[in-house]
Design a protein around this ligand. Structure first.
Ligand SMILES: [Ca+2]
Ligand SMILES: [Ca+2]
Length: 415
């Protein structure tokens, strides 16, 4: 009798082993996407956007201060916009300043307006010892040439004095509500501490625009339902360098670059506190031990408010600077639909070792936890992602850590 059962046991063992292999493979799965070179010869491309005007042009913002147009896969010789004379001089080996964001008016086809976020020299009257002034400006397109901005049309919308060169955020986006969302870092330095940083840290200070997602009306003034009756929409961010709206759900996905230990993605809602510098990711933080999360910390903000948890986090074995991306809503890669495609800048400052990640909601729970399901290693620094009007995605890379050289490339993410 016993002997007859052996084949059944073997069968069960083999079946279990196969299932385990399948599960393991699922987590190890390389990314089911490829990269198709669209255009190269950029320096440090940080943003790609297609205006809503049906001209099929892709606009690429390069950190060095120019916006270039890619038309039928070739770059127009003359930049659309050249802001280099208006900007601070960048450090070639590494810099977090520069031209960081560009956004087109939702009515661009008729009003010809667009907006940029860039690092200008420190304005008069700024606090002593500060580094530069972040400027958000409106420009219009030239009347005579649709491929050229009118540099003389600049209208400054907002200026923010920056204590240090780093943590400037820099993304600007129009929301589904027609307002302009602006991502601003905590001011820089480290720990949200030191010169130009409030006692609680700027990110937790509702009197400071630093460490915030701001929301402004480009026609003037502050939206009537902003939660604190100023520009602040949400707070508690360290360096929200890249963010995007899910074009289907309208949710705002923010990639917040962490400090020494944890990188995080947040779905950002109006009025909420996202935790920095009380927390880094889901973990307590203290400027007294930035390499070692304290076991305990306050669990609420300084006004008793709840701290909103990230939807996902990873530690520095995976990468050291999270680069926010997009929820894929295109048609060409059906398997990617509804998934969040983002990346990491590099595993270190000295080697070009970026990553692309794909994450999806953890279906079993009703919490907002998302899980990374796929990873693709890139032998370049990952600088940003872009989305065209069809919802197809692009990857922006460079082989240089700083704004130097000409290795900047634009890839389309394809099947
Ligand atoms: Ca700064
Ligand atoms: Ca956080």
């Amino acid at each position: 009798m016993k002997n007859k059962n052996i084949p059944i046991y073997i069968g069960i063992i083999v079946a279990v082993a196969l299932m385990a292999l399948c599960i393991l493979n699922y987590f190890k799965k390389p990314l089911m996407i490829n990269l198709q070179l669209v255009s190269d010869n950029f320096v440090s491309p940080v943003k790609l956007v297609e205006p809503p005007d049906n001209t099929g042009r892709l606009f690429v913002a390069d950190r060095i201060g120019v916006v270039k147009i890619v038309k039928n896969k070739s770059v127009l010789d003359e930049p659309f916009l050249d802001l280099r004379e208006n900007m601070v001089e960048l450090q070639e080996n590494y810099d977090e300043r520069g031209l960081l964001g560009v956004a087109f008016s939702p009515s661009f086809g008729t009003d010809n307006k667009f907006y940029v976020y860039y690092s200008a020299p420190l304005r008069g009257g700024a606090p002593e010892g500060f580094d530069h002034t972040s400027r958000i400006s409106e420009f219009t397109v030239s009347n005579s040439n649709p491929d050229k901005a009118d540099l003389s049309s600049e209208r400054i919308i907002l200026e923010i004095d920056q204590p240090q060169f780093n943590h400037n955020g820099g993304e600007i986006l129009f929301g589904p509500d027609g307002y302009l969302y602006v991502a601003v870092g905590d001011g820089g330095n480290a720990d949200d501490f030191g010169l130009g940083h409030s006692e609680t840290g700027n990110a937790q200070d509702l009197k400071s625009p630093l460490g915030k997602i701001l929301r402004i009306d480009t026609d003037g003034g502050i939206p009537a339902d902003n939660p604190f009756h100023n520009e602040i929409y949400a707070y508690g961010f360290r360096n929200p360098f890249r963010m995007s709206f899910d074009r289907k759900t309208g949710e705002l996905f923010v990639g917040d670059v962490g400090q020494n230990l944890w990188e995080e993605v947040d779905i950002v809602e109006k009025g909420k506190n996202y935790g920095w510098n009380i927390k880094e990711g889901n973990h307590c933080f203290s400027h007294e031990s930035p390499d070692d999360s304290p076991a305990d910390c306050r669990n609420v903000g300084y006004n008793g408010e709840e701290l909103a948890a990230p939807i996902l986090e990873y530690d520095h074995s995976q990468g050291i600077s999270l680069i926010g991306g997009f929820v894929y809503r295109g048609k060409e890669i059906p398997k990617l639909y509804g998934k969040y495609v983002f990346g990491d800048w590099s595993g270190s400052f000295t080697s070009a070792a970026g990553k692309i990640f794909v994450a999806e909601p953890s279906a079993q729970t009703k919490t907002r936890g998302w899980t990374i399901t796929h990873t693709k290693e890139i032998n370049s620094f990952v600088l940003g992602f872009g989305e065209d009007e069809n919802g197809e995605l692009y990857l922006l890379t460079s082989n240089e850590a700083g704004p130097a050289g000409n290795t900047g490339k634009i890839y389309k993410i394809v099947k």
